[in-house]
Design a protein around this ligand. Sequence first.
Ligand SMILES: [Zn+2]
Length: 457
Amino acid sequence: MNDADQPPPAPDSDSERRLAEVIAGHFVGARVTEADGARIVELGEGLPVIECRIDTQQDHPPYGVFVFLSIRGGALGEAGALVTASGYGPSPEHALTLAGCNWACAFGPVLLTGIGRPELINTEDPDVELFETTLDGRRHLFAVGHLDRWSDSAQAAGAERQRLGGTSALTRAVLTSGTIPSTRSDRVIALGCFLACGRATSTEVKLGTADWPAAAEVLKRLAPPPDESAGLHMLREWAVLAPLEPAPELTREGLQRTLDLLRACGADPDSEAGWCGARHHGMRLAEPGPANAALPADMNRFLTRIAARGAGPGYGLDPRPIDGRWWHLADAGCGAEWALDLADGAVWLDSRACDDGFARVAPDFTAWYEAWLDNAIHGGGPFARWDHRADAAYQGLARAVHENGADALPRTMTRVRIHSSEGEPLGPCHACERTYARFGVAPEAFTTAPSPGTAPS
Ligand SMILES: [Zn+2]
């Protein structure tokens, strides 16, 4: 089961290549390459790439295609953004070309403007609006575009937009609602807003790669009551937010507000709030505590002004001395932990019990904690990175798939006990738990995980 985490092979690589070529045509100097069986649009040196995947393709009339685009790297960072696009037409080729062209015409210029490279726009009359906004006391520039569809007429959909406040109404409503936190780094972040209204109402907000339910509620309140006699108006906006100044120092109130927004993502097993570690600390900060003369100044500032324990990487911040040189910071699950080296203040991920790894992951406490927070906001998946396929939890799942088949797992894997080699009970790491979730095993199966909601005391 070594490929349990791999996506299924592409349905039709020629179609995906055509899709990638259509998209590449909207960016000056872009080229199409291939990596791990996927078609990639490379925008250029130091710029993001766009991985193009066809999700579904209807091969009989009316021809339709639904695609996933993963945009990552460059100013967007490793997690990047996940977007969807669709196209319909008189032939499969037509539908595919429209899906790529519609997305790239509307949002390619937004991407390039948002990352500060508008001169690479290769679209006639690009329609990008630029605004300034302040999130958590930090000024941002945001570039936004829109792409609407409708079941009745362009006029009706246009009138709906005007009622809502114009071409960037969804994005502005979300950004002024207090439901989008500032990130900590200088990277840009994508914000996708979708509102279908008229005959029925549905909403979706994506921040980075993941759904952001706190802001979807804002769009729901914006929508008029459903009217069965009306058409369906599908309004989509996509924005790229770029910080204009460094993030101000973390405060206890500001951090807890961001953690509360993250907690709303808890239904998603990929999200930082959606696994045993986060359920243990509840995304809640404990009270501040006393300083310790052995610790670096930035860590003491955090412990005395923000929180002495609670919400943080893995199973939560739980500082205690290991020996004269090392301080334990947090458990990562599956027997791994983060530790601070008192010699220079650097943070290391000790996964020797897992894949035999021991790696320096941050220059200091603040960088480590803020990298965790940033990864969570961007929807970057498990924060701790090691080869989790070496973990006992993963190996147990692989054995069960081999013996009973994947379909039986939700029925047969109802009690998962993980122990260290010394017999200590352990909770799973995020990557292992996520793999179990993909096979339909509920997190309650992990009987040795620390209990939920008990960390801050
Ligand atoms: Zn694990």
